[in-house]
Design a protein around this ligand. Structure first.
Ligand SMILES: Cc1cc2nc3c(=O)[nH]c(=O)nc-3n(C[C@H](O)[C@H](O)[C@H](O)COP(=O)(O)O)c2cc1C
Length: 165
């Protein structure tokens, strides 16, 4: 699960809990920016897996195994645009570029305010990711129905391919 630096990141443990209740083993991979926002020890305790937040050094063995499913939530404007451009400069992008090449099923939930989302590259890049096979929610689909209500993580749970449930 790749987590970017947008407000739903603060509540991403709720998605982890939903996934674990559905039988998934969860590995959280924050972007460098999101790593600053998250309670990493809490997420490590919850998932039972160490958080991977820096790229591998030469000679260091690969830490994460090939996932069955990749979830990018929340997916930021920045990460979406870098990913489609093939930029690979943090551990989250490195994972996304690799797993995309391996055709691992991928769910993306973009979260960006309207002024950012108005950038033509953002719309085009989300369309490209969908064209390349990713399952993409509506922008801001995670947004709570009303202020102070929980994020709508079920939009992601509902997109998990039937063969993986
Ligand atoms: C309080 C706050 C809220 C933000 N909300 C969003 C957001 O909803 N969507 C977004 O794409 N970026 C948002 N940003 C900007 C990202 O955090 C910033 O572009 C960051 O570089 C993204 O890094 P990442 O894509 O590596 O996670 C926000 C920044 C701050 C400080």
């Amino acid at each position: 699960m790749v987590v970017c630096a947008a407000p739903p990141a603060a509540a991403v443990s709720d998605l982890v809990e939903l996934l674990m209740a559905a039988g998934w083993t969860v590995q959280v991979v924050p972007t460098a920016a999101a790593a600053e926002w998250l309670d990493l020890p809490m997420l490590e305790a919850l998932t039972g897996n160490p958080i991977v937040s820096r790229t591998r050094r030469p000679g260091e063995s690969r830490r994460e195994s090939r996932p069955d499913l990749v979830i990018v939530a929340p997916a930021s404007f920045n990460t979406i645009n870098k990913w489609v451009a093939g930029i690979n400069d943090n551990v989250a992008l490195s994972l996304l570029n690799t797993t995309f090449g391996l055709q691992v099923p991928t769910i993306i939930s973009p979260y960006a305010k309207a002024v950012l989302a108005a950038h033509p590259a953002f719309h085009r890049n989300l369309a490209l990711l969908a064209e390349w096979g990713a399952l993409v929610t509506e922008r801001d689909a995670l947004r709570p129905e009303r202020p102070a209500h929980p994020y709508q993580w079920n939009v992601i749970m509902d997109l998990i391919p039937a063969g993986l449930r």
